[in-house]
Design a protein around this ligand. Structure first.
Ligand SMILES: *[C@@H]1O[C@H](CO)[C@@H](O)[C@H](O)[C@H]1NC(C)=O
Ligand SMILES: *[C@@H]1O[C@H](CO)[C@@H](O)[C@H](O)[C@H]1NC(C)=O
Length: 484
């Protein structure tokens, strides 16, 4: 008893001292660490949730208004996090030129990609390992391969659209999503995996896809949400399909000339080969990275062309003039001569870039345009916003006018004006494949059909998923009557 009584005042003094020290420290660090020149903030009266609702409902208008009001750099709060947007080439250069240790990609993307692709690949590994993995992909995505891919994509497309018949009204986004899983899996995964791709497997992809949701991004991963459980089950099941194909290929004596073979033959700088699990994760990543972006872009292109019938007719004429009046099977070398189709695709990517926001987590204080972005902020660039500003694209910024790309300056991505595939160290490596795939699919469609809007309806943007798809994407089509 004595001892306790004895100790009490001492303890009390000590505790008080510690508390005072901690408070003083916190106070001091609060005063010190807070840079005076934080970016201007878009105010919100709702604590924690902040601008989540305004942004979620009308992200583009929200960002454009904030840009006009606050300038090229501004911050706002959503679900307890601070998001700082960089608008314009000068400001966005910070993100695209940054080192990964300063503006970090894994922190923001891993939560989404790791449950879908699995461990050991992409944003689950340190960036220098991911860069090695991207290099392996680059080796596998080469012109010689693209030359083989074009006839495969053409064949898959012709086969797929047989079910559409001669005329009707259908959901073109669903169709293109289904088709692109087939084409991408045939070209990028190889014949073994393509051959087992049936409706059941397609459903697994669709469940996996449900993993790329706002919920997965914002909510803790351990929550027992049905979409999380479906995603995890699908991940396991798909991996089994891949393991079998990988084993089959490893046992096979003949060497195929495709991406799967490239991955099996690749080694890290240390000399180590990829494990089956890493190969499977990379194949999954490759498909998912290309699938949505290509299907959304192809679907939006459909609606822009349905709205601009004159351009659609010119595209048909381009097929005839480049490939010949009997429209023989396509060849890779002809794709580059389909220049109007190329510009239409670019213009679609300008107006509807599939990825609306590119994000990094700030790790060290970043100075930009006189402001200091503190660690912890989510630093963002929006290709969509930059692709739609009047000061860059003129008064007809919201019009589909492919010929604006006749001037080389317009697509000069050095200046980050036109960034549908991102830029810098995290830039997309699939651009060439995506162009070859979409141009081939669209060549088949242009040769076969004429497209119209259904009663003039041009889809608005469906903001519910992370990739901005057309809302109610039903299109009218009829067999093209060929001029004699
Ligand atoms: C977009 O990029 C162009 C060219 O780099 C730049 O001049 C313009 O300010 C940018 N606009 C926005 C809002 O990012
Ligand atoms: C919007 O997107 C979600 C998610 O992909 C989809 O389930 C829904 O059907 C879409 N809505 C419309 C009307 O297109």
């Amino acid at each position: 008893m004595d001892r306790i009584q004895d100790c009490s005042p001492t303890t009390l003094v000590l505790v008080t001292a510690v508390v005072i020290l901690v408070v003083a420290y916190m106070f001091k660090s609060l005063l010190e660490k807070k840079p005076e020149n934080l970016p201007p903030e878009v105010p919100s009266s709702i604590p924690w949730l902040g601008q989540a609702v305004s942004f979620g409902q009308r992200p583009l208008e929200f960002l454009t208004e904030a840009y006009e009001k606050h300038g090229a750099v501004f911050s706002f709060t959503m679900v307890g996090k601070t998001f700082t947007f960089l608008v314009g080439s000068e400001a966005s250069a910070l993100l695209f030129n940054s080192k990964n240790e300063n503006l970090n990609a894994e922190e923001v993307y891993s939560k989404l990609t790791t449950p879908v692709f699995g461990r050991g690949v992409a944003y689950d590994v340190p960036n220098h390992i991911f860069l090695e993995q991207k290099k392996m992909f680059k080796t596998g995505l080469n012109i010689a391969r693209f030359k083989q891919h074009v006839p495969m994509i053409e064949e898959e497309t012709v086969e797929y659209f047989k079910r559409w018949g001669d005329a009707g009204e259908r959901d073109i986004f669903v169709a293109l999503s289904e088709l692109i899983i087939l084409t991408a899996s045939r070209c990028l995964h190889g014949k073994e995996i393509r051959s087992v791709l049936n409706e059941e497997v397609a459903q697994l992809y669709s469940d996996l896809d449900g993993g790329f949701s706002h919920a997965a991004w914002l909510l803790p991963g351990w929550l027992p949400l049905p979409s999380f459980r479906k995603r995890d089950a699908a991940h396991k099941a798909i991996k089994q399909v891949f393991y079998k194909a990988i084993a089959k290929r490893r046992e096979s004596q003949e060497k195929e000339d495709d991406m799967l073979q490239t991955l099996l033959d690749s080694t890290y700088k240390t000399g180590r080969h990829l494990t089956d699990d890493e190969v499977a994760g990379m194949l999954l990543g490759l498909l998912m990275a290309g699938q949505h972006t290509s299907s959304t872009t192809s679907a939006w292109l459909a609606f822009f062309l349905a709205k601009n019938k004159d351009i659609q007719d010119q595209l048909y004429e381009e097929q005839v003039s480049v490939c010949g009046s009997d429209l023989p099977p396509l060849q890779y070398d002809q794709l580059k001569d389909l220049t109007l189709l190329d510009r239409c695709l670019k213009e679609t990517l300008r107006l509807r870039p599939p990825i609306m926001v590119v994000m990094r987590e700030c790790k060290t204080p970043q100075k930009v345009k006189g402001y200091t972005i503190p660690p912890g902020h989510q630093v963002c660039v929006s290709p969509t916003v930059n692709h739609s500003l009047k000061d860059q694209w003129g008064q007809d910024n919201d019009q589909f006018r492919p010929d604006r790309f006749l001037s080389d300056e317009t697509s000069n991505s050095e200046k980050f004006a036109y960034i549908p595939f991102g830029a810098g160290r995290h830039r997309c490596i699939g651009e060439m494949f995506a162009y070859a795939q979409i141009k081939t699919i669209w060549s088949v469609l242009l040769r076969k059909y004429e497209f119209d809007l259904v009663d003039g309806y041009f889809p608005s943007v469906n903001y519910t998923t992370m990739i901005h798809t057309p809302y109610k994407p039903v299109i009218r089509y009829k067999k093209r009557s060929r001029p004699l």
